[in-house]
Write a protein that binds this ligand. Sequence first.
Ligand code: GLA
Length: 373
Amino acid sequence: MLAKTPPMGFNTWNTFGENISDKVIRELADAIIEKGLDKAGYEYLVIDDCWSERERDPVTGKIVPSKEKFPEGMKAVSDYVHSKGLKFGMYSCDGTRTCADYPGSFDHEFLDAETFAEYGADFLKYDNCYRPEDSNGPYLYRRMGLALKACGREILFSACNWGCDEVHKWIRSAGAHMYRSTGDINDSWISMRDIALSQKENLCYSAPGCFNDVDMLTCGMHNEGNVSSTGCTDEEYRTEFALWCMYSAPLMLGSDIRKMDDTTLKLVTNKTLIRINQDEEARPPFIRNTDGGSTVFFKHLSNNEFALLFVNFDDCERWGRVYFDGLGIPADTGYGLDLTDAYTGEHVGVKKEFWQFRLAPHDSRMYIGTLSK
Ligand code: GLA
């Protein structure tokens, strides 16, 4: 089964945009291994838009890799990625052109899926630009979903229609394994916050086999690269990563991992956070925002564990506070939560009735816990 847990990997768009090449992809593959990101679970290396020539081959009708960027073709790149024990991802679009104006797969779905299989692709991100006016979005995703099934290779289908057409309602039936539910992220607190808040009601549609994709992570970008904006602080990046983990969202890194700093590396390889993200039950969090000014997310994990995340979405200091009664643990039962800080690993101990602390603007705390008397 593909996407039993949220897919993890790297995507070129956030940092590189159109500046991708055979050399860059090989360097990224090397960096994933050198930094130990593969051991933390990051396995897909995905090439986003701008990888092909501007027009299809007039004779075969196939999309052709850019001779300038990928002089040895895509199979050579894919072989290199596979030689590192990683999986290889490609990109196309359900319209006539991709978002950056390269050939799209409209009316070429089955041929293109075969082409991606020839490259040895394991993953396809499928965008939503330049759709003919009378076309039906859900139908086009169904078409590519079936083309991938026919192509003779197991390829993870990553749909990217930005949440249009109430995507969460039909995308599982199109065979997708993850689906973008929002517009594009940029490297700013506001973008990340708005994306996260927009999906609070839709997390119940995310489950093993097909996950709500709240876009590639910006963690560690520090305002360098294709989606630069204001940049974020390390605390804001930590909040982003914690939210993506709490949401069981795909973890697709987007910063330049060749020069990832230690703080970012430590964050994105944090074993407890990744365990929360990869929990096999993939339950949505219960969300409560009444107790202290910050938002509380409470997620059942397998093996009787729970994850508890406090996020201060505001621009001033707030209480991170939760009354356990509101989560379903009345004080007179004698039960509380035995908490460990997921960021620091510090064992906090058993807390009863409530738990509170001050939380700086945009900061967060994640705990993992069990019920305890
Ligand atoms: C869309 C997608 C982005 C990226 C670009 C590439 O905007 O949402 O994630 O793939 O296209 O052009």
